[in-house]
Design a protein around this ligand. Structure first.
Ligand code: ADP
Length: 494
């Protein structure tokens, strides 16, 4: 009987299930969007039961569409939106409140109160004191949903991020685990000792008995209950979305880097078995735990990446389809000196300026739509280059190769500009579905579906390689122009 791996990709806006064969070919896929709940300005919630229902719905649909049964699935791997926080009743499985989503800023004052402890937080968790991470979201639920802290203390309530919630339900409430790559995003987990931290939990008054058991990213956590698929399927892989993408891009070794050009931009550098502290606004995170070893990563994020292309499409009405940006930009030789700084939602790493706003510089009477489109595409590469050079500064090493995925990575003009600007070779694999592939690889490794990492590397097909071809002087000039533009954009609101 043919065997496949099922990847559950629980994202911020939709739940997807993808069934892969051994070569990484997609056998079946199903996707369902779910409700985004915005109770107040800056607040974002999801209904955990809707997440569960849509995720299982797509899993069953993906099997059915391909005429498969549970017997065809060697293992399930999970990848998920990170940091999103769920608390539920251990007996009934009922959530006590909606899931508080990673984007939600309601705990900004909690984070502000933690600022004096930031050095300790940074050294233990690799993170900053920020409402982005789960810890303050969990504290908010315990502070605001009557009776929950007391019930949590008595061991009646459980906490989990999304992968933990799904595994708990899929195993009929038997298994309460969180993989290292997700646990390390809670701000409650010590990435050096691989344990929940008493001091951090104490600061937020979080009863430690409600926390899941931390586990590796590729291991047999448990089997699905009979009712879901008609028979048991082993659940053997789990990783947060960005770490799963790093794994899916086969960035297995110290020094490997991937960049995801989605709505935002996430860059992760595998730093091997040592956590590297950042002096340049990056986060230190666990990439994965595998075969008794832990790989760490440096992570940098930019809020606006493909979203800038959406802005050109939807607000500027320059084109109807994001892909058209490439031919429009290619119709001019250069940007004629125009720089776009797409700081629509402030600036992320390495500037961390939440109040900055977008700006355009160097406009003349001759500036056209084509120049602006080209300059906007280039701005995605400039932002990425800032993250790459922050990583080089933090690690003292030169990055010479970059693996890419995400929607805007399909733009050849942008990829070539990135290669030129960053003086790196860019590799784009045929499948840019690296997030779900990463989850499938982790699950498959645990059950011997893949013989090892070399087996996975051998299965990957390169679609295109972009090689740098710009002189050092020109590269430096372009970058200097970008940095002047960023500086001016920051100065504008000061
Ligand atoms: P997400 O997972 O964050 O929703 P995707 O990886 O699906 O994002 O990528 C979608 C983003 O990529 C959109 O913001 C879109 O504007 C941008 N995009 C898609 N195709 C192209 C293209 N050919 N050139 C530039 N940007 C693109």
């Amino acid at each position: 009987m043919k065997q496949y791996i099922m990847a559950l990709d629980q994202g911020t806006t939709s739940s997807r299930t993808i069934i892969y064969d051994k070569l990484g070919n997609i056998i079946s896929v199903a996707q369902k969007e779910f409700t985004q709940i915005f109770p107040k300005e800056g607040w974002v919630e999801h209904d955990p039961m809707e997440i569960w229902a849509t995720q299982m719905g797509t899993a069953q649909e993906a099997l059915l569409n391909a005429g498969l049964t549970y017997k065809n699935i060697a293992a399930i791997g999970i990848t998920n939106q990170r940091e999103t926080t769920v608390v539920w009743d251990k007996e009934t499985g009922e959530p006590v409140y909606n899931a508080i989503v990673w984007q939600c800023r309601r705990t900004a004052d909690y984070a502000a109160r933690l600022k004096p402890h930031e050095d300790m937080i940074r050294s233990k968790t690799g993170l900053l004191a920020d409402p982005y991470f789960s810890g303050t979201k969990l504290a908010w639920i315990l502070d605001n949903v009557p009776g929950t802290r007391e019930r949590a203390r008595k061991g009646e309530l459980l906490f989990g991020t999304i992968e933990c919630w799904l595994i708990w339900r899929m195993t009929g409430g038997r298994i309460h685990v969180s993989d290292y790559s997700n646990a390390c995003r809670t701000m409650l987990f010590d990435i050096n000792t691989l344990k929940w931290d008493e001091e951090l939990c104490g600061l937020l008054d979080i009863p430690m008995c409600m926390l899941p058991e931390p586990v590796e990213c590729s291991a047999h956590y448990g089997d699905t209950i009979q009712e879901l698929f008609g028979g048991p399927i082993p659940i053997t892989g789990s990783a947060g979305d960005q770490q799963a993408a790093l794994f899916g891009e086969a960035c297995f070794s110290d020094g490997d880097v991937k960049s995801t050009y989605g709505t935002g931009n996430f860059l992760l550098l595998n730093t091997g078995e040592k956590p590297v502290a950042s002096k340049n606004g990056l986060l230190t995170t666990i990439a994965w735990g595998l075969n008794g070893k832990v790989n760490y990563a440096l992570e940098g994020s930019v809020f606006v990446c493909g979203a800038a292309v959406q802005w050109l499409r939807d607000q500027m009405k320059f084109f109807r389809d994001a892909a058209e940006s490439e031919s429009i930009a290619a119709s001019v030789d250069d940007t004629a000196g125009v720089y776009v700084v797409p700081a629509f939602a402030g600036l992320g790493a390495p500037y961390w300026d939440p109040d900055a706003r977008g700006a355009m510089f160097g406009i003349t009477r001759g500036t056209t739509r084509e120049h602006i489109v080209r300059a906007t595409l280039q701005s995605l590469a400039y932002q990425n280059e800032d993250l790459l050079s922050a990583m080089e500064a933090d690690t003292g090493r030169q990055i010479s190769s970059l693996k890419v995925d995400g929607g805007a990575a399909l733009n050849d003009l942008l990829m070539q500009f990135q290669a030129d600007l960053s003086d790196v070779e860019i590799v784009r694999y045929e499948s840019i579905e690296s997030t779900s592939l990463g989850a499938a690889y982790l699950a498959g490794l645990a059950v011997g579906y893949y013989d090892g990492l070399a087996d996975i590397v051998a299965s990957k097909k390169i679609a295109k390689t972009f090689r740098p071809s710009l002189g050092e002087k020109e590269r430096k000039e372009k970058l200097a122009g970008w940095h002047r533009a960023v500086k001016a954009a920051i100065a504008y609101h000061e």
